[in-house]
Design a protein around this ligand. Structure first.
Ligand code: 6R9
Length: 654
């Protein structure tokens, strides 16, 4: 179902927040940047030629004939071209003499549990895994479900699938047996790759029993390939084969055959806000072109000297595009960390930055707000002088979180790049360029070269500078989803029906008086208060700008007078006292920052907020609480006990 504007009289989003801070790129970074402002000019002059030159950064077995075939809304990029994704991510670096370079420094959650994989190592491991998949009967076009912790065998499994043309479908290691089963069924996967378990908050956490439960009801699954990670006891059955039995004995030689540019690479399920999960389909040539180019441009990656760390889970699209495909295609050295930021202590991330001398860090606003809550003194204990670029992804970054990230992690030396994109877009779409853009805290700034993003009103007309409305993409881009797996009609209905001829991602946005873009959250979350559409993001950012507030989530609850009224859930900073006056203080603070229209009706102090595994706040569940309904589907929550904690706090509602 396409997202709708709530209320009967949708109108442009009110534009409330004023932000005047600016951060110019450091001169030395600008002088040596991979991409300069010329890229915008070139792409504006000839968008397709721009993407052709980005595609030329890859190694093609056969060059394409047509750059784009567009039968709206179905795109084919680099038509007739052939390449192998695994060859591009691994073999070509070995062939070009970079085999001894480290591809991944892997840091397990238990301290001291580490592995280092060079591009040579990766080539042998991926080749062995590819040979094992073939032995297990997996062929080009077959689907393989992958349900694993953050261990090196996860990217190895993905690349092995890509190498032989099998389509992987990675399912978050935290999802339930029911969620896993429905994804295995939807993609009709014949093999599941998993592990006995992984480490989570200092203890082994089992995965295999969940797979057993799911696979018991999936007759189409022929084998389950199991990595031994924790060594815990696992029940085995006749579909199970151990990775160390089947993969280790394979030859480390495998010739990567070229695949068509439009052959499927992977499916990744995204739940969206409502309904059945959607299997987002990505293909080969365009996806790798855009993930590799954006990783090179947005992070200014210098493969010889940078040590890059993206803290996302590989089960999220951020991990697919910016831990696996983009960085490897560029020959980067990356860090992969298995565990959580607070294991065994709250300085673990900064210890990792110090240990590996990380130069580029890519993380999410939810993590940044957590670090703010834990206190400035924790990162201050570590040497973070190696850092040069900081990235953010997943939600709008509140201006205060941006400024904290710049100051306490980047020591005011490092540009912050706020990158807007989605599972569906495959790669970054809107972001500053670190050597070009003067950043504004909270703004994703401009569409990248080659991307035609716009903000439109309810009728689909472009809004003037200073206006707010709906984000749209006007032209196809190389890493766009090709369809929803098995459901072209749902693809059309969900993304291409709200505005004629435009892709609608479901996000609200505003364009400020300089023409820069600010993302304002999902339009399903927009509140309609006395006839004004108000974005949850802006009210949340106003709350987070109060020194006592660490995190905030805001929803619109039905109100007899104003239609909807603003209800806020806040987590206070470590040192802040709850106190009787906090609600009044925060309500007045918001009114002062944004105007009286945005003043919350209620402020509820809570210990936690409901979040997905990728850290997005699930406002739908808070809306249920605010409107006194029983709480809806919680299957995609990272921690399903959070809603109980919140409900317990309700009698103290202010
Ligand atoms: C990469 C990813 C996509 C949704 C997207 C938007 C939100 C992501 C953002 C952002 C504001 C950013 N989102 N990055 N909002 N600023 N920099 O997160 O993919 O999990 O599919 O989520 O996340 O609402 O529509 P996915």
């Amino acid at each position: 179902m396409a997202p709708e504007t709530p209320g009967n009289e949708p109108q442009a989003l009110s534009n409330l927040l004023q932000e005047n801070r600016r951060f110019a790129p450091p001169a030395n970074l600008a002088a040596a940047a991979n991409v300069t402002s010329a890229a915008y000019t070139e792409a504006a002059a000839d968008r397709l030629a721009f993407w052709e030159s980005a595609a030329d950064r890859l190694t093609w077995a056969k060059r394409w004939e047509t750059t784009l075939e567009w039968n709206a809304p179905f795109a084919k990029w680099f038509v007739g071209g052939e390449l192998n994704v695994a060859y591009n991510c691994v073999d070509r670096h070995v062939e070009e003499g970079r085999g001894d370079k480290v591809a991944y420094h892997w840091e397990g959650e238990p301290e001291g549990d580490t592995r280092t994989l060079t591009y040579n190592d990766l080539k042998s491991e991926v080749s062995k895994a590819a040979n094992a998949l073939l032995e297990l009967g997996v062929r080009k076009g077959d689907r393989v479900a992958v349900y694993m912790p953050m261990i090196p065998e996860l990217p190895i499994a993905m690349l092995a699938c890509a190498r032989i043309g099998a389509v992987h479908s990675v399912v978050f290691g935290g999802f339930s047996a029911t969620a896993l089963k429905s994804r295995i069924d939807d993609a009709d996967a014949k093999l599941v790759i998993t592990a006995d378990g992984g480490y989570r908050r200092g203890a082994p956490s089992a995965l295999k029993p969940t797979v057993d439960e799911a696979v018991a009801e999936c007759p189409q699954v022929e084998h389950v390939l199991v990595v031994r990670r924790t060594g815990q006891d696992v029940a085995t059955n006749d579909k199970d084969v151990w990775w160390h039995d089947v993969v280790e004995r394979q030859s480390d030689q495998h010739t990567a055959e070229p695949h068509d540019a439009e052959d499927p690479l992977y499916i990744l399920y995204t739940s969206g806000t409502t309904g059945r999960p959607k299997g987002i389909l990505h293909t080969t040539g365009g996806y790798l072109t855009q993930t590799a180019w954006t990783h090179h441009a947005v992070f200014d990656l210098k493969p010889e000297t940078d040590i890059y760390w993206c803290t996302a889970d590989i089960g999220w699209v951020t991990g697919h595009s910016y831990i696996v495909y983009g960085p490897l295609a560029n020959g980067a050295t990356s860090v992969i960390y298995e565990g959580t930021p607070d294991t065994p202590h709250r300085g673990r991330f900064w210890e990792i930055v110090q240990k590996y001398k990380i130069t580029i860090l890519y993380t999410a606003p939810t993590a940044i707000r957590t670090f703010m809550k834990w206190g400035d003194d924790i990162p201050a204990k570590y040497d973070m002088s190696s850092l040069r670029i900081l990235g953010s992804v997943g939600e709008p970054i509140n201006p205060e979180a941006y400024v904290w990230y710049r100051e306490h992690i980047g020591h005011d030396r490092c540009p912050v790049v706020d990158t807007w994109w989605q599972t569906e877009t495959g790669a970054i779409m809107i972001s500053p360029l670190p050597g070009v853009t003067s950043g504004k805290p909270g703004a994703a700034m401009r569409p990248l070269p080659g991307i035609s993003a716009d903000v439109v009103d309810d009728q689909g007309n472009s809004v003037p500078d200073g206006g707010g409305g709906f984000l749209v993409i006007r032209e196809p881009w190389p890493s766009m989803l090709r369809t929803i797996w098995g459901d072209d009609q749902r693809y059309i209905d969900t993304y291409w029906s709200r505005f004629d001829g435009m892709y609608f991602p479901g996000d609200g946005a505003k364009r400020d008086s300089d023409g820069d873009l600010w993302l304002l959250g999902r339009v399903d979350d927009v509140m309609l208060v006395s006839g004004h559409n108000i974005s949850t993001t802006e009210v949340e950012s106003a709350l987070v700008s109060h020194p006592k507030v660490a995190e905030a989530a805001v929803v619109g609850a039905t109100d007899p007078v104003t239609g909807q009224a603003i209800v806020s859930f806040v987590i206070l900073r470590g040192t802040a006292e709850e106190g009787a006056d906090i609600a009044t203080e925060l309500r007045n603070h918001v009114a002062k920052a944004l105007g009286p229209i945005a003043k919350p009706r209620q402020i509820l102090v809570v210990p936690e907020l409901p979040k997905t595994r990728s850290g997005k706040i699930m406002r739908r569940l808070l809306r249920d609480v605010a409107e006194n309904r029983s709480v809806g589907d919680v299957t995609t929550l990272a921690d399903s006990t959070v809603m109980d904690l919140i409900s317990e706090k309700l009698p103290s509602a202010k």
